[in-house]
Write a protein that binds this ligand. Structure first.
Ligand code: UDP
Length: 485
C-alpha cells in the first residue's frame, strides 16, 4: 500500500440495532483519525437508517466514509421480527451473503486493507483469508457471555449441560473459569436452556465463538476496569484483545475533544425517536423517574406488560415506558389495545413512547433507575450514566449480564425468571426509595471509573490508540491478494 494512503477499513455488523450501534460508533472513531471507511448494512437496515436518521448528512463530514448495503438473504418485504436473523445462517442464505461480500470486495475501486466484522459472521473470515485481508472480530455482546459460550462444549462434557429440569436452575456451574463463584444455571445465556445438546442454535453460537481465535484479533465493547477478570481469561484463547468500550462514551469524548461540546450527535436508531419524553422528563424531580425499556428485539406477552405496568403504578414512582410498535403479543391485536388503555390510565404517573432517545434519557437528571432487559448496549449506557438497574432479562447474553450487574458489580437487582406486579413493585421501591442512596452511590462510583477509562490515558482510550496504530501497521504491510474474478 502507498505509505501515504490512509487505511481503508470495511465494517460489517449483524443487522440488528444492538450490533449496528457500537459498530457504527467505532467506524466514526476511526473516521475521526482520517481512515477511509466502508460501512455495510443490510438493505433493510440501510433504508431504515436513511429514513429515521441524519446519517447521510452526518457522515458526509468524513471524506471517504461510504455507506453501502448488502443482502441479508431475505426478501425485502420480510417482516424481520422474532428470531428472523437465524435465517441468515441457513446454508443457502449464508452462501448468498458470502458471495455478495466477496463480489463487493473484489470490485471495490479502493481496495479494503482491513476488515472489522461482527464475530457472528464467520463466513466473512473465510472471504478475508481468501482475499488476503487482515480481519478482526468485533463481538458486540458482553465479554462474560463470550466466555460462557466458549465453554459450552466443556459444560456438556462435564454433564453440567443440558439442563435437566426446572429444579436444576439454581445449581452453580463449575466449568467456566473465573465465574465459579456466581454463575448459576439460570444465569447462563438463554440458549443454554435448550434441553437437547444437539440444539442447532447452540451449536451455531459455539461454532462462531470457537472460530474467534482464528481472527487476527478481537474487539470487545468493555473496559479493563469493568471486565478485567474475564478479559484475562479470554486472552488465554484470543491473545490480542482490544477492550475499547464503552464505545459510545469513547466517541463522545473524542468528538468533544475535536469539535467541542457543540458537536452534533448522530443517533443511529432504526425507529423514529419520540423526543417529547425529554420535555416530560424536564418537568420531573431529580432521580424520581424509572425508565423502562426492553431494547429493539424483545417481544413481551400482554400479561407481562400488565404485570409490569401494575408493579410500576403500585410503586408510586413516576415512569417513562418504551413500548415498541408490535412488541406486545396478544390475541388478535389485543396487545396494541392494552398499550392504549394503559396510557390513558397512567397519564399522571407515567409517559409512554414507541421509541426513546435512550442515551439522552439515561443521562437526564430526572432518571433514577432503569428497568431493563439487560441488553449489553443498554447495560453499558446505564453504567456510563450512573443509573442503577432493575434487570428483567429476555434472552441471549442478558441472563448473564443481569447476574453480573447484581452480584459482581452490585449496581442493581436481578428480576430474572419472575414477572409479577408484587416483585416489580418491591424492586422498584428498593432501587428508587429504600436503598436509593446505596445504589446511587455504587452506580456513581462505577460510572466515574468507567468514564476515566475512555479519557486520555485511560485503559480503553489507550487500547483504541493501539488498535488504530495496529491497523496502520498491518495495512501498510499487507497487500490484498490479486483477485481472480
Ligand atoms: N434504544 C433506543 N431507544 C429505545 C430503546 C433502545 O435508542 O427506546 C437503543 C439503546 O440505546 C441501545 C439499543 O437500542 O443502544 C439496544 O441495544 P441492546 O444491546 O441494549 O439490546 P437489543 O436491542 O440488542 O436487545
Amino acid at each position: 500500500m502507498d505509505k501515504d494512503r490512509c487505511p481503508h477499513v470495511l465494517f460489517f455488523p449483524v443487522p440488528s440495532q444492538g450490533h449496528v450501534n457500537p459498530m457504527i460508533k467505532l467506524a466514526e472513531l476511526l473516521a475521526l483519525t482520517g481512515f477511509r471507511i466502508t460501512f455495510l448494512n443490510s438493505h433493510h437496515n440501510h433504508e431504515r437508517l436513511l429514513k429515521f436518521t441524519n446519517m447521510t448528512a452526518h457522515f458526509a463530514r468524513y471524506p471517504g466514509f461510504e455507506l453501502r448495503a448488502i443482502t441479508d438473504g431475505l426478501p425485502l418485504d420480510h417482516p424481520r421480527s422474532g428470531a428472523w436473523f437465524l435465517k441468515m445462517y441457513e446454508e443457502a442464505t449464508e452462501m448468498k451473503i458470502k458471495q455478495s461480500l466477496r463480489d463487493m470486495l473484489v470490485n471495490m475501486s479502493t481496495p479494503v486493507d482491513y476488515m472489522i466484522v461482527d464475530g457472528f459472521l464467520g463466513f466473512a473470515l473465510d472471504v478475508a483469508r481468501e482475499l488476503g485481508i487482515p480481519i478482526v472480530y468485533f463481538r458486540t455482546s458482553s465479554p462474560c457471555s463470550f466466555w460462557a459460550y466458549y465453554f459450552i462444549p466443556d459444560m456438556i462434557q462435564a454433564g453440567e449441560l443440558p439442563i435437566k429440569g426446572s429444579e436444576d436452575m439454581d445449581r452453580f456451574i463449575t466449568t467456566v473459569p473465573g465465574m465459579e463463584t456466581y454463575l448459576r444455571c439460570r444465569d447462563l445465556p438463554s440458549l443454554c436452556r435448550a434441553t437437547d445438546k444437539e440444539d442447532a442454535y447452540m451449536k451455531l453460537i459455539v461454532k462462531h465463538t470457537r472460530k474467534s481465535p482464528q481472527a487476527d484479533a478481537l474487539i470487545l465493547n468493555t473496559a479493563e476496569e469493568l471486565d478485567g477478570a474475564i478479559l484475562s481469561q479470554i486472552r488465554t484463547k484470543c491473545p490480542n484483545v482490544y477492550a475499547i468500550g464503552p464505545i459510545n462514551a469513547q466517541l463522545n469524548n473524542r468528538l468533544n475533544a475535536k469539535h467541542g461540546e457543540s458537536h452534533d450527535h448522530f443517533s443511529n436508531t432504526l425507529w423514529e425517536e419520540d423526543r417529547s419524553c425529554i420535555s416530560w422528563l424536564d418537568k420531573q424531580r431529580n432521580r424520581s423517574v424509572v425508565y423502562v425499556s426492553f431494547g429493539s428485539i424483545m417481544s413481551m406477552k400482554r400479561e407481562e406488560l400488565i404485570e409490569i405496568w401494575y408493579g410500576l403504578v403500585n410503586s408510586k414512582s413516576k415512569f417513562l415506558f418504551v413500548v415498541r410498535p408490535n412488541s406486545v403479543i396478544g390475541k388478535d391485536g389485543e396487545g396494541e389495545d392494552v398499550v392504549k388503555e394503559l396510557f390513558d390510565k397512567t397519564k399522571d404517573q407515567g409517559y409512554i413512547v414507541d421509541w426513546a432517545p435512550q442515551e439522552a434519557v439515561l443521562n437526564h437528571a430526572a432518571v433514577g433507575g432503569f428497568l431493563t432487559h439487560s441488553g449489553w448496549n443498554s447495560t453499558l449506557e446505564s453504567i456510563i450514566a450512573g443509573v442503577p438497574m432493575i434487570c428483567w432479562p429476555y434472552f441471549s447474553d442478558q441472563q448473564l449480564n443481569s447476574r453480573v450487574v447484581s452480584e459482581v458489580w452490585e449496581i442493581g437487582l436481578d428480576m430474572k425468571d419472575v414477572c409479577n406486579r408484587k416483585m416489580v413493585e418491591e424492586m422498584v421501591n428498593d432501587v428508587m426509595v429504600d436503598r436509593k442512596e446505596k445504589f446511587a452511590k455504587s452506580a456513581a462510583e462505577m460510572a466515574k471509573l468507567i468514564n476515566e477509562s475512555v479519557n486520555v490515558g485511560g485503559s480503553s482510550y489507550s487500547n483504541l490508540d493501539r488498535l488504530i496504530e495496529d491497523i496502520r501497521g498491518m495495512s501498510s504491510k499487507t497487500r490484498p491478494k490479486t483477485i481472480v474474478l
